[in-house]
Design a protein. Structure first.
Length: 235
């Protein structure tokens, strides 16, 4: 079994390693949970660098320092924006990863991340492996289920997901083009048409299923800080 969660599994290395003295992301999750930091950060009380509506992005993460609020994997997904405009419109429309420090406003991912850390800890303790901190072990003796971080927009591509008609048109096109979608029940498709979260879940599941053979041999990310910052699985 492979599970994909749509939130960031860590923070930039300077925050995890230097400020919270954690050698890797799992150690950071433990420190956040034991210290009760998450809810204090989410109320904009303990650390003012956590921002979002109605709080504006702090100067520390603006201008030339914008990169400090992003992990290497977030920047990696933003770099593709340098593709010529004609190509970019088709490939990366709407793909703009947010900072895990953003806890309010459109596209904010910080809240789900901070509240997701305890779940990651519990699942890891129960035997799940979490990539890229753990090597996949999906087969052989004593196989273990695997968890990956994902960004659902990379799976859906360019589509106005909040619009019901756009979701319906997307799924109709997929049913016509892809036998895997044509085999789905009307009930499943109706749920995906009904809401953005269900739509994201279905599309991501289909993308993962199509690439299921690759999960057993996921490589180490090329960034040397991946054990600290994590890495987003992308198709």
């Amino acid at each position: 079994m492979v599970v994909g969660f749509d939130f960031c599994f860590s923070f930039p290395a300077w925050f995890v390693r230097d400020e919270h003295e954690s050698a890797n992301a799992p150690a950071f999750w433990q420190r956040v949970v034991e210290g009760g930091h998450a809810e204090r950060w989410l109320t904009h009380g303990e650390d003012k660098r956590f921002w979002g509506k109605p709080h504006k992005r702090p100067a520390e993460f603006s201008g030339a320092n914008l990169h400090r609020m992003l992990r290497a994997t977030d920047i990696d997904h933003k770099i593709i924006a340098h593709i010529p405009e004609a190509e970019r419109q088709a490939l990366v429309k709407g793909i703009t990863p947010k900072s895990v420090f953003q806890i309010g406003g459109s596209g904010s991912v910080g809240t789900a991340s901070l509240r997701g850390f305890p779940t990651l800890l519990r699942l890891r303790e129960a035997g799940f492996r979490i990539w890229p901190y753990d090597k996949p072990k999906l087969s052989g003796k004593n196989p273990r289920p695997l968890i990956v971080e994902m960004y659902t927009r990379l799976n859906t591509g360019a589509v106005h997901k909040s619009n019901a008609a756009a979701r319906a048109a997307y799924l109709l096109r997929k049913r016509r083009e892809d036998p895997a979608y044509a085999a789905l029940s009307r009930t499943v498709l109706a749920k995906a048409r009904a809401g953005e979260d269900a739509f994201d879940a279905l599309i991501s599941t289909m993308v993962m299923a199509e690439r299921r053979e690759t999960f057993a041999t996921l490589p180490k990310p090329r960034d040397p800080l991946h054990k600290i910052e994590g890495w987003t699985w992308a198709p």
